[in-house]
Ligand binder design. Structure first.
Ligand SMILES: [Zn+2]
Length: 461
């Protein structure tokens, strides 16, 4: 069966701003909603062993649309695993384009939700349910896009591999394994980051492409002492000394850094910022030594992370009795490190800032990797711009760096460019990823499938 797709940009735009609708207008959007509904109803929370069941349901759909059974495979890993579907291209020797999404979701307790989190409920123009936004929406849209192209007989220039991981929210072991299996990928398009932001009235105002993320790091600071009776204080007190160390860290500013990615981010974001901030962004992008611009941007919590590495004390635990000198104190310092700076360098800086050799500092390994930025390849960026332009004419497309860790880091660590190009457009006030009453605006499904279609057919034409 050949799908009828709405191609007229005006109609797609109308769909974005439509009030409440219950069903997507296009067959492709309806298919995405069917996949999303089915996916929400499989509770793929870590530890419940449900990822293989969802993978089997998705496999059935892919095979029905024309993927060969042999081209779709599930690789189990403990109670979870990852799913791949290979869409063969003309040049089988070229490295594939990997389209990345994740099947797992964060836990949701039914008693806290207004509706059952694992029943997809369509209401007031939204689909409600755990994973409705993160990440089953884009998973469904990109799947619907490729299934439609498969039915139509489109053949890409090179292989496209759909890769759905199974523990992105927790261990990322499936991601690490899959990244090794696809070490020959030419490009990764991640459906789990990037996307469009709508203003309060539902009008798109910016589209973000995630091209880098900061390195996550926790450092544990420990100081111990013999202690003693609090009526007989001496000049060694771990609480006092640790307080001085933490105050020094709180006051310290890492040197500002400007990379090709953050330069493009500030240049692009200036168009959507207030005049004062816009001027600072333009000045900083033009001259990374502009102290006034650095001060203006660093004073804003939403921009300071784009200017420099940040480290903040986040936890303290110490002392053992109200009337005893403390025998030990421990603190956690959480850092978001600018790509290109190593965790070892940051630890050396912290050691220097603390200036107290009695305080032991140790890096806590949580399995995340050190980040590098992906290059902004002009032809790839042009394809993304064209797809967004079709959906929302004139919308700024801005590359950016996120603060958290996504599946992309496992590919970037292998020098494979990875870009977050999700097709969900949503208002900030509707974004409840990981939270209660997670929801997706239904109106994003039709243009979202079309955006994926356009991105893939342009990049792999
Ligand atoms: Zn996610």
């Amino acid at each position: 069966m050949r799908l009828t797709l709405l191609a007229a940009p005006a109609l797609l735009c109308a769909a974005v701003t439509a009030q409440a609708q219950d069903v997507p207008a296009t067959t492709a959007g309806q298919e995405a909603l069917a996949i999303l509904t089915e996916a929400i109803e499989v509770p793929t929370v870590a530890g419940r062993g449900e990822v293989p069941r969802l993978a089997a349901l998705l496999t059935d759909r892919l095979v029905q649309s024309g993927f060969a059974q042999d081209d779709v495979s599930f690789v189990p890993l403990g109670e979870t695993g990852y799913l791949t579907a290979r869409y063969s291209g003309r040049d089988r020797s070229a490295g594939p384009i990997v389209v990345l999404a994740h099947m797992d979701v964060v836990e949701a307790r039914a008693e806290d939700w207004e509706r059952d989190p694992f029943t997809a409920v369509v209401e007031d123009g939204f689909v409600f349910g755990r994973g409705a936004l993160d990440n089953k929406a884009d998973l469904s849209m990109v799947m619907a896009a490729l299934m439609g192209l498969k039915r139509e007989g489109w053949i890409p220039a090179r292989d496209i591999v759909l890769l759905f991981t199974g523990d992105e929210e927790t261990q990322m072991r499936t991601t690490a394994a899959a990244a090794k299996a696809f070490a020959n990928a030419a490009l990764v398009l991640n459906a789990d980051s990037g996307g469009g932001q709508l203003d309060a009235d539902g009008k798109p105002f910016v589209y973000t492409v995630q091209a880098g993320e900061k390195t996550y790091a926790d450092y544990r600071l420990t100081l111990t002492d013999a202690g003693g009776h609090s009526s007989r204080p001496d000049d060694t007190n771990p609480i006092v000394d640790m307080s001085a160390a933490l105050s020094a860290i709180g006051a310290y500013q890492f040197p500002p850094k400007l990379s090709p990615l953050t330069k493009a981010y500030f240049e692009g974001t200036a168009a959507t910022a207030s005049p004062e901030i816009a001027a600072a962004m333009q000045a900083y992008a033009a001259d990374p030594a502009d102290q006034a611009a650095i001060a203006t941007l660093s004073a804003r919590p939403e921009y300071v992370g784009q200017v420099r590495t940040t480290c903040v004390p986040t936890m303290v635990e110490g002392g053992h009795a109200p009337n005893a000198l403390p025998q030990s104190i421990r603190a956690n310092v959480n850092c978001r490190i600018f790509p290109g700076t190593s965790r070892a360098e940051v630890m050396a800086t912290l050691t220097q800032v603390i200036g107290n050799p009695a305080i032991a500092i140790e890096f806590i390994d949580n399995g995340t990797l050190e980040s590098i930025e992906s290059p902004l390849q002009p032809e790839i960026m042009a394809a993304i711009r064209a797809a967004v332009e079709e959906r929302a004419p004139g919308l700024p497309v801005v590359p950016g760096m996120s603060a958290g860790a996504t599946d992309s880091m496992h590919f970037r660590a292998q020098d494979i460019p990875a870009l977050g190009v999700g097709a969900t457009f949503i208002r900030a006030e509707d974004g409840f990823a990981h939270g209660l009453n997670e929801r997706l605006p239904l109106a994003t499904l039709d243009p979202g499938v079309q955006q994926w279609r356009k991105v893939l057919t342009t990049i792999a034409r």
